[in-house]
Design a protein around this ligand. Structure first.
Ligand SMILES: Cc1cc2nc3c(=O)[nH]c(=O)nc-3n(C[C@H](O)[C@H](O)[C@H](O)COP(=O)(O)OP(=O)(O)OC[C@H]3O[C@@H](n4cnc5c(N)ncnc54)[C@H](O)[C@@H]3O)c2cc1C
Length: 466
């Protein structure tokens, strides 16, 4: 196996939204950069597919408009006009309570009358401003944090389904400082979430930012793949189908080896940005930096299956007048939640039809992800039947992610610090992916931009001389 060598300033490994953003931003700054990815298409877990006039997503279905930096990027890429905001019912979110869908309150007035929480749970919230903050060095789970500040019922019927919705995670294991750093800071700074919310709103207004709970959800006319495809088009060198196998020290930088269609490929780069999932990065360092390989392998993931289901409209009893439904663990169902995809965005289903997107598995029910396609489709169909009155799906498309979402569990920040410490063995190496700095689409873009900035700065002549 012969490998010709490509010499670069920066090689980015992994063309998910994190790596693509970093590579695009570096190219913009005039850096000689290439991106290499094992798969055939850009986007990583983000991908949009079509079937019979339906448009469904393999991963992220929407993103939150939390910062003006997102639109600035879309504008630069010429895709701002493709952006589509969620429909008027997008802010209606349902949870399951006692086997039925209940809308979560969207205003303080609605909170007083909602059936989502009992009167006792509502009264318990009045105590929140008087609950003492945790010590600054404490690393609490989100479950302990919420039980302490807001009470048990709020954990069960608001936070548990929310943690499932973002992380497919277990609130009894997810770390507040790692997964919810803003919440942690709010308590530390203001001593109360309610007081902190009020003060935080003023600070965000000053920075022209929007809180995640107030931000609009959006996608693109042709689905979420629009952004990765637009980024990939603007990157001068994008090597598809290259599976990186090893990274080692070389004179003036790093040597990266990989395989493309059975043939070896080799890169020499002054900097390498590894933008793959942590479990995928680990084997790349097995021989040059075994401690780094072990540190990366210690980052946990949850498996998720995405099931896109097509129905005729008259086969679903529920009005589907919202974003979707999340299922609290206490309800003991076999799905994590379902998005009302064709209610959220136009063009997701042909006239007279609806598209539902269901997530199953996660930390809560990993065994569901082991079901074969037929059994999984049957399980999801039964759950959608019980919850939404849905029957006779036209088809189901199943996408399986064995390592869907990194779990920011207790000890996660220490595990990431251990990765960084071990990475010092390979100068010029950096990481940029959703296992650090946040899992959302917006977090990945922000981190990709920050990584590009730092790498470009480190390559600037002044930085070299210093
Ligand atoms: C099912 C699901 C639903 C989600 N829903 C939402 C949502 O609604 N909203 C939201 O904001 N976020 C959502 N997310 C989270 C968000 O989409 C992801 O966190 C984000 O897209 C991850 O991007 P990334 O670039 O960090 O990693 P990835 O997308 O995992 O990309 C990593 C890339 O590395 C490549 N790679 C791996 N190994 C190698 C190798 N050896 N050599 C070369 N290349 C390699 C892979 O091919 C891949 O392209 C969801 C995630 C999932 C899984």
């Amino acid at each position: 196996m012969d490998a010709s060598t490509t010499t670069l300033d920066v090689l980015v490994i992994g063309a998910g939204v994190s790596g693509l953003t970093a590579a695009y931003e570096l190219g913009k700054r005039g850096t000689a950069v290439a991106i290499a990815d094992a798969g055939p298409d850009p986007g990583g877990v983000i991908g949009t597919r079509e079937r019979d006039g339906f448009l469904y997503e393999t991963g992220a279905n929407s993103a939150l408009d939390t910062s003006p930096a997102l639109d600035a990027l879309f504008d630069e890429l010429g895709i701002l006009g493709e952006r589509r905001d969620a429909g008027p019912n997008g802010s209606n979110r349902f949870i399951v309570r006692d086997g039925r869908l209940v809308a979560l309150p969207t205003s303080p007035g609605a909170f007083l009358t909602t059936r989502a929480f009992t009167l006792a749970a509502k009264l318990r919230l009045l105590r929140e401003p008087f609950v003492a903050p945790a010590p600054a060095q404490a690393e609490e789970t989100i479950a302990d944090f919420v039980r302490r500040r807001l009470g048990r019922e709020f954990l069960d019927y608001a936070i548990d389904p929310f943690v499932s919705g973002i992380y497919a995670g277990d609130p009894e294991r997810i770390s507040v400082p790692a997964a919810f750093p803003k919440l942690f800071a709010l308590e530390q700074k203001h001593g109360s979430l309610i007081r902190g919310q009020i003060m935080g709103a003023r600070e965000r207004r000053r920075r022209a930012e929007t809180s995640k709970n107030a931000a609009r959800s959006f996608s693109f006319a042709a689905g979420m793949k629009t952004l990765p495809e637009a980024l990939a088009r603007r990157i001068a060198r994008y090597d598809r189908g290259v599976r990186v196998t090893s990274i080692a020290r070389a004179a003036d930088g790093l040597e990266v080896q990989g395989i493309r269609a059975g043939t070896g490929v080799r890169y020499r780069a002054r900097r390498v940005v590894c933008a793959t999932a942590a479990h995928a990065a680990a084997p790349m360092f097995a021989s040059a930096a075994p401690a780094l390989a072990r540190a990366l392998a210690a980052i946990e993931y949850a498996p998720v299956c995405v099931v896109a289901s097509a129905y005729r409209r008259d086969r679903v009893a529920h009005a589907l007048d919202g974003f979707g439904v999340l299922v609290p663990r206490r309800e003991r169902r076999r799905i994590l939640g379902t998005l009302f995809s064709s209610s959220l965005f136009e063009g997701r289903a042909p006239a007279g039809h609806v598209l539902l997107t269901t997530f199953a598995g996660g930390r809560r029910n990993p065994e569901v992800t082991a079901l074969d396609d037929e059994a999984l489709a049957k399980t999801v169909g039964e759950e959608l039947g019980a919850l939404l009155g849905a029957r006779e799906p036209l088809w189901n498309e199943i996408v399986r992610w064995a390592h869907a979402i990194p779990q920011y569990t207790i000890g996660h920040l220490a595990r990431v610090a251990a990765v960084d410490e071990a990475a010092a063995a390979l100068p010029g190496l950096g990481f940029c992916a959703n296992w650090r700095g946040g899992v959302s689409f917006g977090d990945c873009i922000r981190n990709g931009q920050a990584t590009a900035e730092a790498v470009a700065r480190s390559l600037a002549p002044a930085a070299q001389a210093a």
